[in-house]
Design a protein around this ligand. Sequence first.
Ligand code: GLU
Length: 324
Amino acid sequence: MKNLDTKQIRHTVDEAYEHLKGTKGGKNADYIPYLAGIDPSLFGISVCLPSGETIDAGDTQYRFGIESVSKVPTALLVMNQYDSKTVMEKIGADATGLPFNSIMAILLEKDHPTNPLVNAGAITACSMVKPVGDKQRKWQAIVDFQTDLCGSPLTLIDELYRSESDTNFNNRSIAWLLKNYSRIYDDPEMSLDLYTKQCSMGVTARQLAIAATTIACGGRNPVTGKQVFRSELTPKIVSLIAAVGFYEHTGDWLYTSGIPAKSGVGGGIMGIVPGIMGISAFAPPLDASGNSVKAQEAVKYIARKLGVNIFAPKPETRPEPVLA
Ligand code: GLU
């Protein structure tokens, strides 16, 4: 990978922001009523380096719903509380190739929920958080881990939590189907509620960039210096993100971006370049599979301009990106 200097990154982030801020297309998620009402013109990009320096453009201090990106901290929490092998056995690490909330995926693969970064596996991960049976302390463990990963506290968006709780019928079916297959390890309703609540936390693009760099740097938060999880878990979580970070379009995403990244229907994307940096972007309008249109383009723009790609053997000179 290239040796990147801060000036070059600053220039690239500003350029990506200017180039993409007028991009149209996509639509806010509307199956969760709160998300439908968020200003669709919000747009922010943040890059965090292993030194802890963050390079921002646009609305990087706006708190949006973390949604599915919250599956990453909870998966790591559970891997850290148990070990990666147990998570593999109880949940799995396969790609589903199906939408994030697929019930079909559970029916097709009854022996495990497939991956902690899709809804089924994430609800199972919530059921595994220790101490099993103690909802209050499980929730505290989830919140503390999110805080440690991001280097500062996230805040619950009450309205989003209410909105999701009132409409999460599909996820409720998933929780009970997992129970049917003995693939949930605490009370199903409690596990579902923890999952819904973790998705309703408000996070900023800058916090997500810092979290990405904590992962990129083997679990050491670049801002606080705290070792948040065991370093051997970085390749494990990055492989899970690479497998399903963009749900049924993960292959397309990896092929075109070269960056393992996790998206959420709140419009956030968190990309990880191990050992090098974290990149995050946020813009509410989504494509048909629930991934932010503008945030995707922003991460790709920066990756291509800086020549970072986890599959590339050496620094490359890339052509100018072709943008929609
Ligand atoms: N809370 C959302 C759900 O379970 C998260 C989905 C996502 O961000 O992909 O439907």
